[in-house]
Design a protein around this ligand. Structure first.
Ligand SMILES: Nc1ncnc2c1ncn2[C@@H]1O[C@H](COP(=O)(O)OP(=O)(O)OP(=O)(O)O)[C@@H](O)[C@H]1O
Ligand SMILES: [Mg+2]
Length: 253
């Protein structure tokens, strides 16, 4: 593991070591190792098909890789039990068509000991955060693609996760809504100190949000570079320092 991929001095929130994954003859991930510190925001950046979703499936514990290990808060995945504090927003929204927006969002709270009223409050709160409070009683088929992905975002935030994994969470949003969601995520992150790993194709989005960017290269998916971003926050996309970093990264990649 190179120095930039390793967390210094703290127990990593997520640690992946020597991950290899093959689907039939297709080698999808080769020797992927990195650590994410508690409270860190890490972007996974790479071209389509390079294995980002597969890697997030591994990091979430959903996919046990052919080789390598996953450790969460210092505990091997096999012995880890606090899975309800990890939220995973999939690349496709996976809304349940027979449930209203609020019932979809409440889904993750059903296994908790919260009262009906507490659940209702939490759902209201996150629907407001994603700007869909007026659509609480709508059905998934009545929503646009961007609205559906905001419901999916609300559903992963409602559990107040300690670790949030998101696969292209903002890719279906218009630039204005996207930037609003960036601000909301950062606001929530500042309040909760949650650890975030998200996938994006968008260099600017990675620079605005992340503490580090892990760049993957395809066939097989490998870590090509790990970039630390020490830019001060808040990062305004039009600020010279931000546009310069975006330009540099685009050139390099
Ligand atoms: N369950 C599976 N069975 C077989 N092949 C798979 C499976 N999941 C993924 N793959 C293959 O692994 C490769 C990586 O897929 P993955 O979905 O991880 O890519 P990605 O980087 O997320 O791409 P995108 O940016 O398009 O979402 C692709 O070639 C895909 O066809
Ligand atoms: Mg993907």
């Amino acid at each position: 593991m190179n120095a930039a991929a390793k967390v210094q001095h703290k127990v990593a929130a997520i640690s992946l070591s020597g991950i290899r994954q093959q689907f039939g003859a297709l080698e999808v991930l080769r020797d992927i190792s990195f650590e994410v510190a508690p409270g860190e925001i890490v972007a996974l950046l790479g071209t389509s098909g390079c294995g980002k979703s597969t890697l997030l499936n591994v990091a979430s514990g959903l996919l046990k890789p052919d080789h390598g290990s996953l450790t969460i808060d210092g505990t091997a995945a096999e012995r880890f039990s606090d899975w309800q504090r990890i939220a995973y927003m999939f690349q496709e929204d996976r809304l349940l068509p027979w449930r209203s927006v609020q019932a979809n969002v409440a889904f993750g709270l059903e296994a908790t000991s919260l009262s009906g009223q507490q659940r209702h409050q939490r759902v209201e709160q996150v629907l407001r955060l994603v700007g869909l409070e007026a659509f609480a009683n709508a059905w998934p088929h009545q929503l646009s693609g961007g609205m559906r992905s905001r419901v999916a975002l609300a559903r992963s935030l409602v559990v107040q996760p300690r670790i949030l994994l998101m696969d292209e969470p903002f890719s279906k949003l218009d630039p204005h809504t996207r930037s609003q969601m960036h601000d909301e995520l950062l606001r929530l992150h500042a309040l909760s100190g949650m650890t975030v790993i998200f996938v994006t194709h968008d260099v600017e989005e990675a620079v605005v949000l992340a503490d580090r960017i892990i760049v993957l290269e395809p066939r097989p998916g490998r870590i090509r570079a790990v970039k630390s971003l020490s830019l001060p926050r808040p990062r305004i996309p039009t600020d010279a320092a931000v546009t310069e970093r975006v330009r540099q990264l685009r050139l390099e990649l």
